[in-house]
Design a protein around this ligand. Structure first.
Ligand code: GDP
Ligand code: MN
Length: 381
């Protein structure tokens, strides 16, 4: 689950990180009031679940309450990488002497929690990773003992932090690591982490992604969810008891079981296509769920073909087949459908599909199904 910068800052503050305390404004008048309360120059920052706000005009300085109101008016409503700005964080402007990058990630390759730091702060870290990977220093925390001081120092030295500033940096690295672990995050990032003109460390931006699977351990986290920022289709799937993840390919997938879904997506890639979504209708899928799933997939205008890959273990092929047929009677489907049914009651399932009168493409194996779906999406089947 993604949360906003102002919420991530509040989490960071709980772990002793020096954040820039700001206030959220929903309109220019509120922004002016906050600016008046802070006095002096303030920074106005679009609160959206996206980076790159600076470049998109979503971060501006204002020297007076009037200017704060005017610039907030410019920021509200902006479209930043597909996210519409509905609120703005108003905070005292910082005096930046140097910008660094500091992030904590769940590092599958290293099989641990890795801290990444760079003296190339403030900019897109993905860009640094692509153009100057040697500028990113990594240390993986000790799996048993957690992040050790010497590891944080190693990071600091690699980032070229002057010796007299290293202890302060170590405290921040340890605080960020503690926040990551304590909040069950999958990402915690400060970009930029700055040195101020008067020689202090400050976290000038805050990004946290919380692990959805751990939300149950944090009763307060659900309140941080911003429904405006979430994919409507994913929310509808959740309400229908299905796991749905929107992807950017052209082949809609309906599969039972998470493992089979992953394998199906691989098979589509292997056949030269790209999945439009991940959709696990679950082990005991009902025909109503199949109908709901079909609607979710067809919500996406990019979908050019749909692949059903069903293994009847607990689920029965005839039930799924009936769901597909029910779906087709309820929803007008204009894209080709490829169906592979295997397992319990497969003969009955295939008979239902055959007798339905709908034009369905069938396949016996997963790779055949994937190839047919890719061909069908290209209109060459
Ligand atoms: P992002 O572009 O979405 O990552 O937004 P950030 O919060 O990181 O802001 C982008 C950039 O705006 C930073 O790297 C800074 O250079 C600048 N910036 C942000 N806050 C302040 C501030 O208080 N004072 C000044 N002078 N610049 C700021
Ligand atoms: Mn940033």
């Amino acid at each position: 689950m993604n949360i906003h910068e102002y919420q991530a800052s509040e989490l960071f503050a709980k772990y002793g990180l020096p954040v820039n305390a700001g206030r959220v404004a929903y309109n220019p008048e509120e922004a002016a009031a906050h600016a008046r309360a802070f006095g002096g120059t303030v920074v106005l920052k679009a609160q959206v679940h996206s980076g790159g706000r600076g470049k998109a005009g979503g971060v501006k300085l204002a020297k007076s309450p009037e200017e704060a109101a005017e610039k907030t008016g410019q920021i509200l409503g902006l479209d930043i990488r597909g996210h519409i700005v509905r609120k703005v964080l108003v905070a005292p402007a910082a005096d930046i002497a140097k910008e660094y990058y500091l992030g904590v990630i769940l590092d599958r390759e290293a099989r641990g929690i890795t801290l990444m730091g760079s003296a190339e702060g403030g900019v897109d870290i993905e860009e640094v990773a692509a153009t100057a990977p040697e500028q990113i220093i990594r240390v993986t925390a000790d799996r048993t003992l957690g992040l050790q001081d010497y590891q944080a120092r190693e990071l600091a030295f690699g980032m070229g932090i002057p010796a007299d500033q290293v202890n302060g940096f170590v405290a921040i690295a340890k605080g960020l690591y503690a926040a990551f672990v304590g909040e069950d995050a999958s990402l915690a990032e400060i970009n930029p982490l700055i040195r101020t003109g008067d020689g202090k460390w400050q976290a000038l931006d805050a990004k946290v992604v919380l692990d959805d699977s751990a939300l149950g351990r944090h009763p307060g986290s659900e309140a941080l969810r911003d429904l405006d920022e979430e994919n409507a289709t994913e929310l509808a799937a959740k309400a229908a008891g299905m796991a749905f993840v929107k992807l950017d390919g052209e082949i809609g997938c309906m599969v039972n079981g998470a493992g089979l879904s992953m394998a199906t997506m691989d098979a589509i890639k292997f056949a030269g296509g790209a999945p439009a979504n991940f959709l696990d209708v679950g082990g005991g899928a009902t025909s109503a769920q199949v109908v709901a799933g079909l609607k979710l997939i067809l919500d996406d205008p990019e979908v050019k073909a749909i692949l059903f890959n069903i293994f009847g273990g607990i689920a029965r092929c005839d039930v799924i087949a009936q769901g597909i047929v029910d779906g087709l009677t309820q929803i007008e489907v204009k894209v080709p459908l490829v169906v592979r049914l295997l397992g319990t009651n497969q003969e009955e399932g295939r008979r239902i599909l055959r007798d339905s009168g709908y034009n369905l493409i069938t396949a016996d194996t997963m790779s055949e199904a994937a190839q047919k779906a890719v061909a069908a999406a290209r209109g060459s089947l």
